[in-house]
Design a protein around this ligand. Structure first.
Ligand code: HEC
Length: 188
């Protein structure tokens, strides 16, 4: 898989470098803004999840925290996004109804899934223009840590909390390496 490196040069110019064939291309500013916002949110969510899992390995503390505070954290991080940028998470099998994909999301998720199936999925974002708003999609893959709350053998106590907060939860039964969903930045 080709690695995309995003060095921010001292001049403030922004480049994406394809490490494999050494081509340097300038990223459109809207795409860069979107990727930046996605990284900010991803980092914050991961940091909090990790901290809660360290406090309590069963994941019970973490699931309560995710259910009660994930949206609060997202709102807090969003205050620091560049102007005109918002980020959502979407998934075919979603847990929170608010993360249900719209038509365009669904199309991109399908494309990511097809690419994962034929082993051509890259971490590279997919960019779509929707009536002048730039959407930047980055795939989210399942790793071992995710299985506690999205896997096939979930602790019954965790299941209970999930059922209570998300009676229509679809986000279980995943395996490591599966496509869990995508982060979508919308840049005006
Ligand atoms: C401690 C339990 C827990 C763990 C571990 C966990 N999640 Fe979640 N996840 C949740 C909960 C709860 C929600 C719903 C949050 C909300 O209401 O916004 C959620 C929502 C999501 C969503 C948003 C889409 C949806 O289904 O609503 C994605 C994407 C996601 N998780 C990916 C991951 C990934 C990737 C990992 C591993 C790095 C992971 N999760 C680990 C509990 C967990």
């Amino acid at each position: 898989m080709k690695k995309i490196i995003l060095p921010i040069l001292l001049t403030g110019a922004i480049y994406a470098q394809n490490a494999e064939n050494n081509v340097t291309v300038k990223l459109p500013p809207k795409v860069f803004k979107g990727i930046t916002a996605i990284k900010m949110l991803g980092k914050e969510l991961k940091k909090n999840l990790k901290a809660k899992l360290q406090e309590d390995k069963s994941g019970l503390k973490a699931i309560n925290f995710c259910a009660n505070d994930a949206s609060k954290i997202s709102a807090e991080v969003a205050k620091n996004f560049p102007k005109g940028v918002s980020v959502r998470r979407v998934a075919v099998k979603y847990r929170n109804n608010a993360n249900k994909p719209d038509k365009i999301d669904a199309k991109v998720l399908k494309e990511f899934q097809e690419k994962l199936n034929n082993k051509t999925l890259q971490k590279k974002p997919k960019v779509v223009d929707v009536n002048g708003t730039t959407r930047v999609y980055v795939p989210i893959l399942v790793t071992n840590v995710c299985l506690k709350c999205h896997g096939q053998n979930i602790n019954p106590k965790i299941k209970e909390v999930i059922k209570k907060h998300y009676p229509n939860d679809k986000a279980i039964g995943f395996k490591t390496g599966d496509l869990r969903g995508a982060m979508v930045a919308e840049v005006k």
